[in-house]
Design a protein. Structure first.
Length: 529
């Protein structure tokens, strides 16, 4: 049980979740579905009962055998890319959304990164994740009496979460160091096992650091511009150092958004120091093995640091790379000759990556227009930014009921090899009534969940009893239900629905085809719009 609890594969495997839930259903929900915390909190008497329950023991052995087969079985990468033995990719992201009980993510960027790791594990792609471990995570929200969002920050207890601190052979924590203008900052490394692959998270909240350094990994997207540059310096430069300290030598470095772009500078510095090569040679090698995925369709969402701040943090880098201040700052400027322009992380990542992509076909077009001025001599259609459409990890997003139905009619390979067309051609065999009934059960569960959450929210806000009781009747379990659940920012156009009120009223009040919409999400505390 402990071995499976410390491997995140449980969070996308319904049989493993069922096993943990069966140990103590109430406790499982109370601790936000955290198997490590559960195994530490479950009563000894209950464990004794489990030990003598043949049905649970048989279920555990079946689930554990399936887990071992998953870790050891052949995979897509071994089958189709066997010539690439020894290949490793390092995937840097400021957030990773794997599951609720590891809250080091805020929205889509983190969920995508988490799904990347899960999919890489299923395919057998040797991918190593690098990120930061936040003491308070993002935040949980509640609404005050006026309906205004309030934030609640809860400290994470890493020792009751599915991760472990990385230690040397003597049991001492492995630390890496980065140099800030006001001193040396240490970071511990924590390891999360995601199926077949590791995710390493850096943590500065350790006794070796002075108080101002301990808060660097306190919150995701918290603090001011100074805090942001410290976090991104730690992620990019500290992340590369962590990989080398753990003897991982990646062939490809993937920057998920521009937050980790400083990794390119550290890689150039290390290659110049280690191999005695020139800046131009180091830049050529590093650029050839860097990949950059841009997510943000508006310039306002991208980090830009003022030149004087860059001077404070990178003055030694100018010298180590053997280039002038102007040439260094030009790496992060659309116009390298403009001394008033700030240092943009997306521009740095773009200049030092051989492959750049947006996250949909339309976003690829938008990105080419946004960054056209980096290549002013090129026609717009030749700007070297392509696209790879955002995908999801199927097993994480398909319910147990639907998974059981698919397995029954399409076989268990449908989620393991979802691109095989012959599998999906068998959909014709599945009775339409069964598919529809399964869908209806899922919608009923969604409505029940929403009612429960709304009721609790109203109680927390001190709503009148009548309002609280009405929460049990909101939403129609038989109506077409559309969910709008995301991190709220103005460019995500949450109010678009209300631009044509007459049409909206017609849709919502249709007697024959009723529609209902559920809004959920949270805004950054400083995004008052």
């Amino acid at each position: 049980l402990m071995e499976m609890a410390y491997n995140m594969r449980w969070c996308w495997n319904h049989d493993t979740i069922d096993l943990f839930r069966r140990l103590d259903r109430d406790l499982w929900e109370k601790i936000h579905q955290n198997p490590v915390k559960m195994l530490g909190a479950i009563k000894q008497e209950r464990l004794a009962e489990v030990e003598s329950d043949e049905t649970i023991i048989a279920q555990m052995e079946r689930v554990y055998n399936d887990f071992q087969n998953y870790i050891g079985e052949g995979n897509w990468f071994e089958q189709f890319l066997k010539d690439h033995k020894g290949f490793q990719a390092a995937y840097f992201s400021l957030e990773f959304g794997l599951t609720e009980c590891l809250p080091v993510y805020s929205g889509g960027l983190g969920i995508l990164a988490g799904d990347h790791l899960k999919s890489a594990s299923d395919l057998g792609v040797p991918l190593i994740g690098i990120g930061l471990l936040y003491t308070k995570g993002y935040f949980t929200q509640y609404l005050n009496l006026d309906g205004w969002q309030q934030e609640r920050y809860i400290d994470n207890d890493f020792y009751t979460m599915p991760l472990r601190q990385v230690r040397d052979e003597n049991g001492n924590p492995i630390l890496i160091q980065v140099e800030y203008p006001d001193g040396i900052c240490n970071a511990a490394i924590w390891k999360v096992i995601v199926g077949r692959n590791p995710l390493y998270l850096l943590d500065t909240n350790i006794p070796e650091n002075k108080p101002e350094f301990r808060t660097i990994t306190a919150q995701l997207y918290g603090g001011d511009l100074e805090m942001r540059i410290r976090q991104e310096y730690l992620l990019g430069i500290g992340g590369v150092r962590a990989l080398f300290s753990l003897n991982h030598h990646a062939n490809v470095y993937h920057m998920n958004e521009g937050h980790s772009a400083f990794l390119a500078l550290e890689r150039m510095r290390m290659y110049m120091e280690k191999y005695g090569i020139t800046y131009a040679e180091a830049r050529s090698v590093v650029r050839a093995s860097n990949v950059f995925t841009t997510h943000t369709p508006v310039p306002a969402g991208i980090d830009v640091f003022p030149p004087d701040m860059m001077d404070r943090y990178f003055a030694t880098f100018y010298r180590n790379l053997g280039i002038t201040r102007e040439k260094f700052l030009g790496l992060g400027r659309i116009n390298p000759q403009d001394n008033n322009e700030g240092f943009c992380m997306a521009v740095l990542a773009t200049r030092l990556a051989a492959f750049i992509n947006g996250v949909s076909e339309l976003h690829g077009e938008v990105s080419r227009k946004m960054w056209h001025n980096i290549w002013p001599a090129l026609p717009l259609e030749e700007v070297p930014i392509t696209h790879v459409t955002n995908g999801v990890h199927p097993a994480s997003w398909i319910s147990k009921e639907m998974t059981d139905l698919l397995n029954r009619y399409l076989g268990p390979r449908c989620l393991k090899t979802p691109t095989k067309k012959d599998i999906w051609e068998r959909m014709d065999v599945m009775p339409a009534e069964e598919l529809w009934r399964t869908h209806e059960r899922r919608r009923e569960r969604l409505v029940s969940h929403a009612r429960k959450r709304l009721r609790q929210q109203l109680i927390d806000r001190g709503a009148p009893r009548g309002e609280v009781e009405h929460a049990a009747e909101v939403l129609d379990p038989e109506a077409l239900t559309i969910g709008f659940a995301r991190r709220f920012a103005t460019y995500k156009r949450g109010t678009l629905l209300f631009h044509n009120p007459e049409r909206l009223l017609k849709i919502l009040n249709s007697k024959d085809h009723p529609v209902q919409i559920i809004f959920a999400g949270k805004a950054h505390p400083r995004d008052t719009m």
